[in-house]
Ligand binder design. Sequence first.
Ligand code: BGC
Length: 494
Amino acid sequence: MAQSDTSARGDETNVLAHLDGTAMSGLYWYLALLACIGGFLFGYDTAVIGSVLSFIPYHLSNFWTGYLVAGASLGAAVGALAAGPLTDRLGRKSLLMADAGIYALGALLSAFTVSAAMLITSRTLIGLAVGADSAIATAYIAEFAPKSRRGQLSIIQQWMITVGILASYLIALLVFAVAPGAAKNVDWRVILGLGAVPALLAVALRARMPESPRWLIQQGRYADTSVALGKLGVEVSEEEVRRTADKIEKAEEQQAKDRKRLWTPGVKRALAVVSVFFVFQQITGINVPFYYGPKLLGDLFKNPGDTAVHAAMAGLIAAAILGAVNVVATYFGFRWIDKIGRKPLALAGYVGMAAFMLVAAAGVAWLTGTPKTVVVMVGFSIFIASFAMGVGGTGWLLQGEVFPTAVRGRAAATGAGVNWVANFALIEAFPAMQAAIGLPWVMVILSALSLMAIGFIARFLPETKGLSVEEVVAVFDEQAAESHVQHGSSARTA
Ligand code: BGC
């Protein structure tokens, strides 16, 4: 069975092989960028709330204040899980357009909020959009990208996330600098509402992007597939598409009879690997400097006697420095992902994260004054740079590339859902952990978790660079079959 699966996948690459082998053109970059505008909003909308929270004039209980920050992550988990079955049924493009619309609506409602309940509702909407978008963006890219550039094109998503985070700090700084006296009335509305601009742009531009050719062929829409491939620079007739589809169908006939067969042991293994990768991506602490950074670092940077707005601005400057490091370092991930590969980059990333989280912890624990500020900032900067080069984008890339087309939406969405739940868990747990054992010990635990991630990656993550998405699926199938044989034989020896 495993044998025929693999050869079927070889055949499947007929017209898709053209796509895999096409030379990169400006259009591919443009489409990837369009797919990733949601990434920009993911970064912007998750980071922006920290900058405005102190100036929102409603009386909110601790629970609802916490919800405004972490609730977006929880909403994102729901959005991701809901997007999976929808995108497998309705397509990638329609969902990407709907997300952009929800993003825009959420941002506009936040800006024109008249009550706490309305703000909470609009932040929930934004959370749903963030999650849905994160579930689909790299899957859409993986379905059209030439295989030798799939890593780079998918890392654009991470890059846009980092640019969005940085933009949120810079825009908040600018708005507070222009109108420091209006922090509690107009400023926070402008800062939240500006997210509507890229969102509306995305609605307009995404309307003209081609639907994913792999999804169309999977749906039996051959004429549409040939049009979509044409837009991507691959001229094939409807008949050629049909012939490819026939081959795929024959190969999958057996599996199609029983829908459960789509979730083969290889797919389940891929889902487990992506999910654990995402759990480590989050619980090793990347969002501690990003979500709590303005507050934690503001205390290090502010001057005695600063007003609330100036103290907030001091924190934002520190966070913006880290945000800029994140953007620049992601460029190296982008450069290296298809050359060095996913696995070595992720391993190196976690080594850097483990080491420099400890450096920052030492700074917090043992130093004071300027040396403390310098050591903490250097520690956090290299920690973030290591994440950006090897871990952040790699997670979202793997989520898009390791599943077969028929279940990619659902499987990728489940992975994204796991990411958001882990994100929420750490952000919720962090203040309590800090209160219980102190910041330096929390940081030591985060560093130890990075070490555990190294063990997991070394043992379970296969290298997928340069393979077609169909070949990637085969790698996981083979691994699952091998581990089945190994377990079988160890059970027999026992
Ligand atoms: C993570 C986010 C994080 C961001 C930082 C992403 O890959 O999923 O949680 O805020 O990277 O750049």
